[in-house]
Design a protein around this ligand. Structure first.
Ligand code: COA
Length: 258
């Protein structure tokens, strides 16, 4: 039912593949609409515990927003485009279930922004990251100026934003933009392996980790107060009783997500 995404659900992990390889998986409005809809599925479908976002083919994760859609747009249309894109990427960032970017090639512009909206990133050795919008007389519009500063620091971020150059996977690892660099063949197995571990944990505790970690970047919240609140909420869950009991009884916990 998605024209630009392929999805597979295996062992409670939904793999979402942006599928426009002839355009290096560039984000046109149809991809954005499909990403928005698939995130609704991630939120609502009880059999999805976590998700991976990747790109089709061996060359590109996502090579940016589709530049052909920018031609002739007005300021108002530009604002609407960016707002819509930011809202979809907020939906990824605020997903109550872990979302990992498996970056299999170019992650440029909106592609880098998409990867950065995920909870963490794993790259293949051929991956390249960048925010080349200045080469087009533009700046990032899907949260890139904000999340790049958060992830790599202001100095590195501003150099990348203003020079518009690409960095390779090894540099992205050194910058802390990605957690691991592996071969193309190992990329999805690595992401799946980490998510299989995460999927054994208490779902509401995972949700609490995401809410609290995101709170630090939300000026409307006090992150420490959010942490206190999320910590407290865990005490109302059966999974907290199960987790603490299992530890004391020297057995593995069986979490139910409630
Ligand atoms: N938007 C629209 N189309 C794009 C695109 C984008 N962001 N990125 C790549 N494509 C298209 C190309 O136009 C080309 O289409 P065509 O075969 O119909 O001409 C196809 O994808 C393959 O790209 P091509 O440029 O031929 O591949 P390459 O290996 O020579 O170069 C890149 C790869 C990533 C360096 C180059 O495509 C590029 O610079 N893309 C734009 C990156 C960018 O500026 N992103 C930010 C957008 S805001």
């Amino acid at each position: 039912m998605y024209t630009t995404l392929v999805k597979t659900l295996e062992n409670n992990i939904l793999t979402i593949t942006v599928n426009r390889p002839d355009k290096l998986n560039a984000l046109n409005q149809q991809v954005m609409q499909d990403l928005n809809a698939v995130m609704d599925e991630v939120y609502q479908n009880q059999s999805i515990k976590s998700a991976i976002i990747t790109g089709a083919g061996a060359k590109s994760f996502v090579a940016g927003a589709d530049i052909s859609e920018f031609v002739g747009a007005t300021k108002e249309q530009g604002i609407a485009l960016a707002q819509k894109g930011q809202n979809i990427f907020f939906k990824i960032e605020n997903s109550p279930k872990p979302i990992v970017a498996a970056v299999n090639g170019f992650a440029l512009g909106g592609g880098c922004e998409l990867a950065m909206s995920c909870h963490f990133r794993i790259a293949s050795e051929n991956a390249k990251f960048g925010q080349p919008e200045v080469n087009l007389g533009l700046i990032p519009g899907y949260g890139g100026t904000q999340r790049l500063v958060q992830l790599v620091g202001k100095g590195r971020a501003l150099e990348l934003l203003m020079a518009g150059n690409m960095i390779d996977a090894a540099t992205a690892l050194q910058y802390g933009l990605v957690n691991y660099v592996v071969s193309q063949e190992e990329l999805l197995p690595k992401a799946i392996g980490i998510l299989q571990t995460i999927n054994t944990k208490a779902p509401l505790a995972l949700k609490g980790c995401i809410i609290a970690a995101n709170a630090i970047f939300d000026e409307k919240q006090n992150g420490y107060a959010t942490e206190v609140n999320e910590f407290g909420k865990c005490f109302e869950t059966l999974d907290m009783i199960e987790g603490t009991s299992a530890f004391l009884e020297k057995r593995k916990p069986n979490f139910k997500g409630c």
